[in-house]
Design a protein around this ligand. Structure first.
Ligand SMILES: [Fe+2]
Length: 280
């Protein structure tokens, strides 16, 4: 490592630039340790002006764990299936409406799966002329700001997660659910988890996939999920990332929720590479 990399905050709560790192070069142990340490404290970490191929992005992801293939085959990268396309353009160059609408309400990825991703990485290749950002909510800060009575109530609760079965999932997807290779069953996760590196408590309920709590009637659980989502997505906990071509952005899949802002013109191309990484 020649120059020590630097951190620069982007948002009030989340969003931190890591300066002085070229991800196209092999990362030595010191650089990697610096990134891993920074990421534990800053769960949305941005590297500007990068130019990575899909193979290089997958290799970066593999430093942290094991990338997993996207459930929707059509979005997998042909040569590097550990990487998928996040795109609003179909094979014929027309607007892909599922790609436009996809993931534009608050969620944490894959909480309906048997195991949880550690992190995900997006690399912007084409971005709209304005807007088209990705929003992140700080779920540790949101948890800490809950009233004590709510924190007490959540301490004993286990959330139930399905594919798009939460309040936001039903609204967003309705009959436009993607066809995947596998069937999903309901997954239980504690409503509050601890971050493995910082030990901070994190609100682990998201309105896309959480559709109830063990032992709680729907009339009670549904409003609670919506109330928690409204709380966690107040402006004070949210960072809006304005994409530039070349951005590599990694986020912690437990400490944050995210959504596509869905606010750019759909006919403007928005193309990114993505990899999602699980513990080895
Ligand atoms: Fe997502």
């Amino acid at each position: 490592m020649t120059n020590t990399p630097q951190l620069r905050p982007l948002g009030e709560t989340l969003g931190t630039e890591a300066l002085g790192i070229d991800l196209s070069q092999p990362l030595d142990a010191a650089d990697f340790a610096w990134i891993a340490h920074a990421f534990a404290e800053h769960p949305v970490l941005v590297f500007r002006d990068q130019n990575l191929g899909a193979g290089e992005l997958a290799a970066f992801g593999r430093r942290f764990g094991t990338p997993r293939r996207h459930a929707l085959v059509k979005y997998r990268h042909a040569e590097h299936p550990d990487v998928s396309w996040l795109t609003n353009v179909d094979e014929a160059g027309k607007v892909d409406w599922y790609g436009v609408k996809r993931a534009t309400d608050w969620h944490t990825d894959s909480t309906y799966e048997d195991d949880l991703p550690l992190l995900a990485i997006l690399h912007a290749k084409e971005v709209p002329s304005e807007k088209g950002g990705t929003m992140f909510a700080d779920m540790a800060a949101a948890y800490a700001a809950l009233p004590a009575a709510t924190r007490d109530k959540l301490a004993g609760l286990t959330g139930l997660h399905g594919r798009h079965t939460g309040p936001a999932g039903e609204k967003l997807y309705g009959d436009l659910k993607g066809v995947t290779e596998k069937q999903y069953h309901e997954m239980p996760w504690p409503a509050v988890v601890r971050h493995p590196a910082t030990d901070r408590q994190i609100l682990f309920v998201n309105p896309m996939h959480t559709h109830g709590f063990v032992g709680m009637a729907r009339e009670e659980s549904w409003p609670l999920i919506e109330e928690l989502a409204a709380h966690a997505t107040q402006e004070r906990f949210v960072y809006y990332h304005h994409w530039r071509v070349g951005d590599v952005l990694m986020w912690d899949e437990r400490a944050t929720m995210h959504r596509g802002a869905g606010d750019s013109r759909p006919e403007e191309r928005r193309i990114m590479l993505r990899t999602i990484v699980y513990a080895n």
